[in-house]
Design a protein around this ligand. Sequence first.
Ligand SMILES: NC(=O)c1ccc[n+]([C@@H]2O[C@H](COP(=O)([O-])OP(=O)(O)OC[C@H]3O[C@@H](n4cnc5c(N)ncnc54)[C@H](O)[C@@H]3O)[C@@H](O)[C@H]2O)c1
Length: 417
Amino acid sequence: MSQYNAFENFIANIEKAAAVLNLPESDYANLKICERELKVSIPVEMDNGGVKVFEGYRVQHSSLRGPCKGGIRYHQDVEIEEVKALAGWMTFKCALANLPYGGAKGGVIVDPSELSEKELEKLTRRYTIKILPFIGPNQDIPAPDVGTNSQIMSWLMDTFSAMKGYTIPGVVTGKDVEIGGSLGRAEATGRGLHIVIKEFLMLNNISPATTRVAIQGLGNVGNVTAEYLHKLRCKIIAVSDVSGGIFNPDGLDIKSILQHVRAKKLLSSYEEGTFTRITNKELLLTPCEILIPAALQNQITAEIAKELKAKVIIEAANGPTTTDADTILAQKNIPIIPDILANAGGVIASYCEWVQNMQGIKWTVKQVNEVVQTHLIESLNLVIQTSQDYKISYRLAAYVVALTRLVKAHKLRGIFP
Ligand SMILES: NC(=O)c1ccc[n+]([C@@H]2O[C@H](COP(=O)([O-])OP(=O)(O)OC[C@H]3O[C@@H](n4cnc5c(N)ncnc54)[C@H](O)[C@@H]3O)[C@@H](O)[C@H]2O)c1
């Protein structure tokens, strides 16, 4: 297990927000324990004829405000405490974005790059069967996360539909457009990050042209963020992926880098133009206006925070900053736009996809983008206002806004029986 217990950190943030709001424990005790935790075994017949058994999870943290919603992660380091934290963050992210959803997350301990396409399909279909009684468009709606994609969501939807006897597109979001996916969903998280950054720069009278950006991770989220920030004329001076990073103080050739990584190649094999190779640690310590961790959790540790030189951190990944690093960064007056606000564009667009599926309608990309933008800007302004009202960090303010809504829902619904 990781030295950081993400779920304990999540609960600590709830406690801090409850203290700000002066809430009695009985108002929020239900958010400190997940509603349901499912652990499953997934046997897969491999291409070589042998059988491998994988372990997977689906955790539903809270359904107070609506059906549970959250991605599925395929990664070799998946562990239950992390899945619980990711589920809890989804509850707070959906509440902050004011979506009618609760929070969930799933994961399978597997390195998907080591499986063939056929093995990956078998794994996904068997995992779907194992969690099938607990998911559904009114119950719990999965989506892609690290290591999963629209193809995996399509297999999940097909398996679920086959078992029910009719096509049910609303059981997952992040599907391909041809089978009920939404226009605008694939790039919504990165596009949303750029909306938040653009608004934040405007509110602080900072010109994008004088803004140097470093981005860790160039996957689904990082590469779209880089594209939009480049279009906004920010100067992207450092980027990285799992193989390491590259740096140019005058700005990198983003178009050519994105072409390379979108062809599923690692940055270590990128050789165009002028740059210096750097490590992921060096990327996090790059002097810049905006640092965007867009890879995995627990990247900005206390050790990194002590030397960090960015002026602002925008969390694209879920949980990239450890709690002790958070404290150090607050002492250094480095503001953090937290994950549950900054990366919410993805789940807002997922909500658009689900609404279209439930009603059998199709929205234009303009309609989807407008919904994403409205919810994100409303959340950002509310978080900034709350942070000023209570003189607290943006992260704590985001928890305060979300917790207020969750406690209200709890009071309205009461306890059954
Ligand atoms: N996909 C979404 O819509 C979405 C929505 C909200 C939040 N997120 C979060 O954003 C983060 C990234 O998700 P994604 O969908 O882009 O994943 P992805 O798998 O597409 O990309 C991950 C990127 O991080 C890099 N990476 C992996 N390990 C690394 C390491 N040790 N050091 C540096 N780089 C490393 C990979 O090379 C890749 O470039 C995750 O925390 C995820 O939970 C994703």
